[in-house]
Write a protein that binds this ligand. Structure first.
Ligand SMILES: NC(=O)c1ccc[n+]([C@@H]2O[C@H](COP(=O)([O-])OP(=O)(O)OC[C@H]3O[C@@H](n4cnc5c(N)ncnc54)[C@H](OP(=O)(O)O)[C@@H]3O)[C@@H](O)[C@H]2O)c1
Length: 279
């Protein structure tokens, strides 16, 4: 059964498991071990990138787990140095080679002022047409560039992977994604562990008999946002997967939304020329 009956979101007809496993900063041996373990636990969505330098290990972890290819959703990303026509397709082919499979999704890692977006989007579509990925999408694109990219693309851009957790609002971008029949994937969904000390989240967690991490991930997927937490620990991978047997009330959801603050952003790697959405 594809995705083992877990909740998914459908963006422009593409079904994506709402819970994934992130692999940023996992060294190759750790990435291989944790990806195999995550799949054994039940994760069906794995996130990597060229720049994480672990695509080969992620591919080995997937092979070790022995799950049918079509039961998994695998994402990788084009690094910003490879945005020119030709360079992009070359990286796409090499990334697929390192993974040992055609990824489900290939993202532009974040926007760049040059080369022109039209050239990069055309190359991304060409990589798809050549069979180096099943679908395409974006990462770290503010709404204005998200719309521009969608208008330039022949194939649908099925996600925009951006920082999103309780300390940061992404209201505008979530609305933009819905309008474009795309989706939002939350990176640093646990605010890199900072949610573990948040009193409101801890109070809600105690009431539900869950942990702060589980409450935060549930808050994301209950919005229809894809979450891709990362951990180096098997126990935490299991904890982060155990979020499908309860629901947050509207009040719980609103109280977590209220934690968003103007200075809540953790990572900002955009060129100065780009502006994040205000809210
Ligand atoms: N597109 C982009 O530009 C971009 C940028 C950043 C990240 N990403 C993707 O998003 C993924 C996730 O983001 P992230 O790695 O920055 O951060 P994250 O998943 O929010 O947090 C990971 C940190 O939280 C800890 N942790 C894991 N589960 C926990 C739990 N239940 N309770 C408390 N702490 C917990 C982990 O420590 P332990 O290892 O000790 O468990 C780790 O230090 C990345 O791995 C990557 O795939 C994409």
């Amino acid at each position: 059964m594809p995705y083992a009956d877990q909740p998914t979101v459908t963006a422009s007809g593409v079904e994506i498991p709402l819970l994934g496993f992130g692999t940023w900063q996992l060294e190759p041996a750790e990435a291989r071990r944790m990806v195999a373990e995550a799949i054994r636990i039940g994760y069906r969505h794995i996130d990597t990138a060229f720049i994480y330098k672990n695509e080969e290990a992620v591919g080995q972890g997937i092979a070790d787990a022995g799950v049918a290819r079509d039961d998994l959703f695998v994402t990788t990303k084009i690094w910003v140095d490879n945005f020119h026509d030709g360079d992009l397709q070359k990286q796409a082919e090499e990334s697929a080679g390192r993974l040992g499979l055609t990824p489900d999704l290939l993202l532009l890692h974040w926007p760049k002022p040059s080369p022109p977006l039209a050239e990069t989007i055309k190359a991304l579509n060409d990589a798809r047409a050549q069979g180096f990925t099943r679908h395409i999408g974006l990462s770290n694109f503010p709404s204005a560039q998200f719309r521009e990219a969608a208008a330039l693309s022949d194939a649908p851009l099925v996600t925009n992977q951006v920082e999103y957790h309780p300390f940061l609002s992404q209201k505008t971008l979530i609305a933009t994604a819905a309008e474009l029949r795309s989706s939002i994937t939350a990176w640093s969904p646990l605010a890199q562990g900072k949610i573990a000390d948040e009193p409101v989240i801890l109070e809600i967690a105690e009431r539900h008999g869950k942990t702060a991490g589980q409450i935060t991930l549930r808050w994301l997927i209950q919005q229809g946002v894809i979450a891709i937490p990362r951990t180096t620990k098997e126990g935490r991978a299991r904890e982060n997967f155990d979020i499908f047997d309860f629901a947050l009330s509207d009040d719980d959801m609103a109280r977590i939304h209220a934690l968003a603050a103007p200075d809540g952003r953790i990572g900002d790697w955009l060129d100065a020329a780009f502006q994040w959405d205000r809210d």
